[in-house]
Design a protein around this ligand. Structure first.
Ligand code: ADP
Ligand code: MG
Length: 193
């Protein structure tokens, strides 16, 4: 099966695509639909209850597992290969641990507005790129769980579906690229439009 990628997507390598669970899938559109169904189920789990200790590596992995367990054998497992984006695989756990403790510090010390804590968290999570695929979708749901957990409104994320190519997705990726350069203003604006 040949994968088609929207702008700013991370390609899947051969070994990773071997791990596709539904064997009947041969088309990208079928895969997209299958993933979407799996993620919708995870959404119910994500927002249907109060979670404990969301600022933890365990929770980050559990959420990815819930989102992709029917789709990929490596759901919830960290990336083992280098990608064009993300830290080297052997640094993933350490970087996530630092991220969780930094975010806790930012909350405790009220370093930034809550929206800015959440937007920075989102960017750093996709920048670490813990998983072979699904990092964008995972980090967007995770950020929303984080906001709701601390009694804030979910982000609107440009008010469009960000998984398919569009002007809005382009804006999202460009805002993340600005955040790569420590300019968080475009991302902060984007997440509430
Ligand atoms: N320059 C960048 N800086 C930070 N994050 C980025 C950048 N480019 C892409 N991303 C993130 O990586 C995601 C793509 O990674 P991928 O694992 O394929 O996620 P998904 O399969 O959910 O789209 C994008 O949705 C975006 O969140
Ligand atoms: Mg992808």
């Amino acid at each position: 099966m040949k994968f088609i990628y929207p702008y700013g997507a991370t390609p899947i390598d051969g070994d990773e695509s071997e791990a596709l669970i539904p064997k009947h899938i041969t088309l990208q559109t079928e895969l997209n639909e299958w993933e979407q169904t799996n993620i919708l189920e995870a959404g119910k789990w994500s927002f249907g209850q109060k979670h404990a200790d969301i600022l933890s590596i365990e929770f980050l992995q559990k959420l990815h597992t819930k989102m992709f367990s029917e789709t990929w054998r490596w759901a919830g497992k960290f990336r083992k290969t280098l990608k064009n984006i993300g830290v080297p695989p052997y640094e993933i756990s350490q970087e996530l641990f630092k991220l969780c403790s930094d975010v806790q510090f930012q909350i405790d010390q009220a370093v930034y507005s809550f929206d800015e804590v959440a937007a920075r968290l989102h960017h750093r999570l996709v920048w670490i790129h813990p998983f072979p695929n699904g990092n964008g979708r995972h980090a967007r749901i995770y950020t929303d769980i984080f906001l709701v957990y601390y009694q804030h409104q979910r982000f609107t994320w440009g008010s469009k579906d960000l998984t398919t190519p569009s002007k809005t997705r382009k804006k999202y990726i460009e805002a993340l690229r600005e955040a790569d350069k420590y300019n968080f203003a475009p991302l902060l604006e984007f997440v509430r439009t």
